[in-house]
Design a protein around this ligand. Structure first.
Ligand code: RB5
Length: 152
């Protein structure tokens, strides 16, 4: 993995119904930052199952390791648990700009997760701006993130 050059301009986004409104806020903001956002649903507020959307984004990132993703459900909890079942996915549930910054800087998280029902539109935009302007520090953190995926 070339950690120095892994930031693509393609961003995969998805949510369940609980994250639907937040996804619209996030999508607009990421586009305004100049990224090519691919929306994998959900496309209405009808009730759906968050693991389906976690899996859709996780698969795209595993196919394209230099891409990153954005996931939302009501709290962000279920969809982050589901995404993190995939080896190679580091989905960080963020509730502050500090989380968004450190998730990129130390954890090289490849998916930012937010709670659509627990996060204001302003905070969604602030966390995304921070996420996309922060790069992975590499160094000792490479060894640590590689240990996450090592078999026991
Ligand atoms: C859906 O009602 C809700 O459970 C879901 O969006 C999420 O919050 C789960 O963690």
């Amino acid at each position: 993995m070339d950690y120095a050059n892994r930031q693509s301009t393609v961003v995969w986004i998805a949510s369940d119904h609980g994250g639907f409104d937040g996804k619209a806020v996030a999508l607009d903001h990421i586009q305004s930052l100049g990224y090519d956002v691919k929306d994998l649903g959900t496309y209405s507020k009808d009730s759906v199952d968050y693991p389906d959307f976690a899996k859709a984004v996780a698969r795209k990132i595993l196919e394209n390791p230099d891409h990153c993703g954005v996931l939302l459900c009501g709290t962000g909890i279920g969809i982050s648990i589901a995404a993190n079942r995939f080896k190679g996915i580091r989905a960080a549930l963020c509730t502050s700009e500090a989380h968004a910054k450190m998730a990129r800087k130390h954890n090289d998280a490849n998916i930012i997760v937010m709670g659509g029902r627990t996060t204001s539109p302003e905070l969604i935009r602030q966390m995304l701006s921070t996420w996309f302007s922060t790069t992975f520090e590499q160094g000792r953190h490479i060894r640590r993130i590689e240990k996450i995926d090592q078999e026991e």
